[in-house]
Design a binder for this molecule. Structure first.
Ligand code: HPA
Length: 261
């Protein structure tokens, strides 16, 4: 398979980001992997002069629910296209008081509450049992670049946080959120895992941009509505796009460094 350039930046768009405006598109390709087709075609192009491969996590149009996303195919398709740094954009609920709707969170940790998802490349016909180190699930060098971009663009953001990954597709109960808060979770979403772990298994740098689209269940005086979520996406996605664009030069320089082992 030919790729636009080796070590392009992969952007996985979540809810509210099925296409990437500003991307100077050079081509769109339907690809296959040993685990089936990814959620969408790969859109290749340049963002601020840097090679980028964009993939829509829920398909385009948005129709694949979080627990049915083929995360293995998505990560492998990006890897095969030459991607070695992935930015996953995720809609999330805010638990920590700083994580208000429209805030962009760049978390530093994950707790995985998902179940039954195909979450590893190291199974089936393998040469040896492999356990990757996952102490720090997000790549710090990439987080630094993205956080600097958020500061430079004056985007409301939080540069810390534990991402609690839930199964969905329903939202949580108030008691589940209270439990997650006791566990140390600051934000909650349905798509952060196993995506981050699969990227790590292939030795890719991975970072999450979590756009807060609602207060988590029980954290406000009203129930969560799709209207509220849509409004927060509209308000916050511009900030996400600014961060992505402003990160590109820094990520280009990072490509010259060796990949994390
Ligand atoms: N919970 C889980 N996933 C989410 C939420 C939430 O409140 N908001 C957006 N994605």
């Amino acid at each position: 398979m030919t790729s636009i350039a080796s070590q392009a930046v992969g952007i996985i768009g979540g809810t509210g980001l099925t296409t990437l405006s500003g991307l100077d598109i050079t081509g769109t390709r339907a690809v296959a992997t040993p685990w089936g087709a990814p959620s969408s075609e790969l859109t290749e192009g340049h963002l601020d002069g840097q090679p980028v491969v964009f993939l829509s996590r829920h398909g385009n149009p948005h129709k694949i629910p979080p627990h049915e996303v083929n995360y293995k195919a998505n990560i492998k398709a990006l890897y095969d296209a030459g991607v070695r740094t992935v930015i996953g954009v995720n809609a999330v609920g805010g638990i920590h008081p700083d994580m208000t709707p429209a805030c962009v969170v760049i978390p530093d940790q994950i707790i995985d509450y998902t179940w039954g998802r195909a979450g590893t490349f190291f199974e089936g016909e393998i040469d040896a049992v492999t356990h990757i180190d996952f102490t720090w699930p997000y790549d710090n060098a990439t987080r630094d670049i993205v956080m600097q971009a958020a500061r430079d663009q004056d985007v409301l953001h939080a540069g810390f946080g534990v991402y609690g990954a839930t199964q969905g597709p329903r939202l949580e109960t108030a008691a589940e959120i209270r439990r997650m808060e006791r566990d140390g979770c600051d934000l909650v979403g349905m798509t952060g895992m196993p995506e981050a772990a699969l990227a790590a298994e292939l030795g890719m740098r991975y970072v999450c941009l979590g756009l807060v689209v609602n207060w988590a269940a029980g954290k406000s005086d009203h129930i969560i509505t799709m209207d509220e979520i849509r409004a927060a996406i509209e308000q916050g996605m511009t900030g996400v796009r600014h961060i992505l664009e402003a990160s590109m030069a820094g990520l280009g320089a990072l490509r010259a460094l060796p990949q994390p082992s």
